[in-house]
Ligand binder design. Sequence first.
Ligand code: NDP
Length: 293
Amino acid sequence: NKQVILRDYVSGFPKESDFELRTSKIRLNVAQGSKSVLVKNLYLSCDPYMRGRMRNPIGTSPITGDGVARVIDSGHPNFKKGDLVWGMPGMTAYIGFYEVGSPKEGEYVFVSAASGAVGQLVGQFAKLKNCYVVGSAGSKEKFTSVCVANIKFPDHNFCCFRHVLFNLRLPDGIDIYFENVGGKMLDAVLLNMRLHGRIPVCGMISQYNLEETEGVHNLFCLITKRVRMEGFAVFDHYSLYPKYLDTVLPLIREGKITYVEDIAEGLENAPKALIGLFSGRNIGKQVVLVARE
Ligand code: NDP
């Protein structure tokens, strides 16, 4: 059994040398009478929140996270051998956009990190709600990948690069800003908000590796524009999981929702894949393929 262990406390941007690959022995069955489930990991998910777990020395425990796995033994009544169990960014997009953003048809939506795991779904949900969508991403290649995946931002919408927005005044303003980035991006967006706008605050990735967070100068716009800015954590909303599946699974089957994945192969490449999230190396949802069936 391979494990990725964090060597020590990480300050600033994490490096590959902060991680170590080790092997260890694990039980390969569930103890008699136990309600545990034993799974074989197929894909591991690299997520920005994992940075928050690197602030304190972790010692010898493996870094934990989500993924997709096959149940190979189970003492739990809700899981049987052969079941697939899996992760959360689609649910994050769903909760943030529909439940926190309260979108209405025809509204103007802006999403940062638009080609990422969460952002690429927010863009599609907004389009399905007949909103006008603008997204930002770090490179031309990322826009191309989003378009190739047929996310189909409508013709009258456009995407812009991270740095371009800083000097941009959007002519029609923004009703919903789906916040993934924080810092200068949030500051620039605040100036562009419309009256009674909403900002589902999903994440602020630009701040995660800073020892001291950057100042936001335009917070007063929350008052002058009567904007509702609301933080949310997907974990508080899992009671809505069945509603999420009822909404999204038919859309995937009908081809109305698609997704871009960035697949790194082998657990030994997991640290590089995880670190890549903070420099924008990933295109789409970053996962690590650790076993084929
Ligand atoms: P992504 O797949 O979007 O990957 C991260 C992306 O963030 C990078 O590819 C890059 O995109 C962008 N980025 C990285 N560093 C910076 C920077 N310094 N400045 C601006 N952009 C940067 O990640 P996820 O979709 O998984 O996560 C998106 C956000 O959602 C994160 O902030 C995360 O913490 C948050 N989140 C919140 C949850 C909740 O419950 N509230 C649950 C899950 C995620 P690009 O190069 O295109 O700019």
